[in-house]
Design a protein around this ligand. Structure first.
Ligand SMILES: Nc1ncnc2c1ncn2[C@@H]1O[C@H](COP(=O)(O)OP(=O)(O)OP(=O)(O)O)[C@@H](O)[C@H]1O
Ligand SMILES: [Mg+2]
Length: 426
């Protein structure tokens, strides 16, 4: 009986809006997790997780965080590491938009609660250093009016401290102080999510290089939308060595991994709602490797099933759910981008979909094929629409690779275009 299920179980079996932090819900990605394990173990190497939007970077980063703190649940389940457990102190910071420079990012890591914020008040030497900072640096760290500790004048630390004059220096000192306190065996792990949001990340490679020499037991894990580490750091020289062997590039998920996500969700509702094999296949093929799309469609399919008292979800239900996801703008960002590209032209919509259908395994589209498909559907001037789709006015979702070859910049958007039914109102 569906009525035995708690609405919250149904609502949270899939979670499109949130990364996976629960190890029991983390599907697939064995190789990536194993490489992360060795990355944590490897002295002097930093880690990076790169990949497309919505591919699962933050979810992996959360598992790395859990692993680094000494929780081996996932490692044991995947049979990785032979029971070795880590003992890092972990700081986690997601950049978000509006982080302009490396200095600003470091300031936020230092000041934020999930970053190193709580340690600033805890370590006497650090507190003393903070109180001695120039007003300019202090404002960068805590904003105007913000102040640390409260310097009562009664010094409890008599060691001489060297007061740094740059944010990089402040970071080094705090990290060193944390390591000196002997709180951790493995050192400090600093996870920076959405690193790609930093407008100007220049100087980060040289900061890492200096850190490796001055405070060797600090490891960074950079996470962001990028194709490789150079792309992420926007720097071309010698970033490789700082990440020796520990750049984890997340590829589209395999069929079996996507199916595992569905099984995990079915278990979360005690298998009282199931997808038919055909419905699962449909979901897997429309997701095109993006776990996000499985969660998005799955969530609304469960809602729909609950509302209509269904215990089995079939292909026709999935089709209905996808249409309602589009029409209710359940993902307002993807739907907004779709509408911007289509801009009320059925002809342009047909060309957009034809392009998506002709992506090769590298995502490249040979226009000759796409134009033929568009022509079959009555659009004889497809090249004109392609010309528009690369412009800002239509969202610039498409880019030219070379003569007669195009690609979508974001594979998640391409998958959405493919899955979404034609707009009704055109
Ligand atoms: N290994 C996994 N098992 C199950 N679900 C996953 C897994 N990885 C990611 N997901 C799901 O896929 C979606 C996207 O995941 P996540 O937020 O980790 O991706 P991301 O690459 O960080 O995305 P963004 O580029 O938007 O930051 C979420 O709904 C998440 O729950
Ligand atoms: Mg993320």
């Amino acid at each position: 009986m569906l009525t035995d299920l708690k609405p919250s179980e149904i609502e949270n079996a899939f979670q499109p809006a949130k990364e996976i932090d629960d190890a029991t819900k983390f599907s697939g990605r064995k190789e990536a997790f194993e490489n992360s394990f060795f990355g944590l173990m490897s002295n002097g190497s930093n880690l990076a997780i790169v990949g497309n939007r919505g591919i699962g970077k933050t979810s992996l980063a959360r598992q790395i965080q859990t692993l680094a703190l000494g929780n081996n649940e996932l490692a044991d389940r995947l049979n990785i590491g032979g029971g070795h457990s880590f003992d890092f102190l972990v700081a986690y910071y997601a950049c978000g938009s509006g982080t302009e420079t490396v200095e600003e990012m470091l300031a936020r890591v230092l000041a934020s609660e999930h970053g190193l914020g709580s340690w600033l008040y805890y370590l006497p030497k650090t507190t003393k250093m903070m109180n001695a900072l120039s007003p300019k640096l202090a404002i960068k760290l805590f904003g105007s009016g913000g102040e640390i500790g409260g310097n009562s004048g009664a010094e409890t630390v008599n060691e001489r401290i060297v007061v740094p004059t740059t944010m990089q220096g402040v970071f080094e000192n705090v990290a060193q102080d944390i390591l000196d306190s002997g709180m951790t065996n493995d050192g400090l792990l600093v996870i920076i999510d959405e690193f790609d949001q930093i407008e100007n990340p220049s100087g980060f490679a040289s900061f890492l290089k200096a850190l490796a020499t001055n405070v060797p037991k600090v490891k960074f894990c950079l996470v962001g939308v990028a194709k490789d580490i150079q792309d992420l750091m926007k720097e071309h020289e010698s970033a490789d060595r700082l990440f020796a062997g520990s750049v984890i590039s997340l590829k589209p998920m395999e069929r079996a991994e996507l199916l595992e996500i569905i099984s995990v969700a079915e278990r979360a509702v005690h298998n009282k709602i199931r997808f038919t094999d055909a419905a699962k296949s449909k979901m897997v093929s429309l997701a095109a490797g993006h776990p996000y799309l499985i969660h998005l469609v799955g969530k609304f399919a469960f809602r729909d099933a609950f509302r209509n008292g269904l215990t089995s979800i079939d292909v026709a239900d999935i089709d209905r759910v996808i249409r309602s996801i589009a029409e209710n703008e359940s993902d307002p960002v993807l739907e907004g981008r779709y509408r911007k590209a289509v801009a009320s032209s059925r002809q342009r919509e047909i060309v957009l979909k034809a392009l998506v259908q002709h992506q090769d395994d590298k995502g490249e589209i040979w226009t000759t094929n796409a134009y033929r498909t568009a022509l079959e559907q009555g659009v004889d001037n497809a090249s004109q629409y392609v010309g528009q789709l690369v412009t800002k006015e239509f969202g610039a979702e498409l880019e030219k690779v070379r003569e007669r070859y195009y690609r979508f910049k974001d594979s998640l958007f391409a998958a959405y275009v493919d899955a979404r039914p034609l707009m009704r109102e055109l």
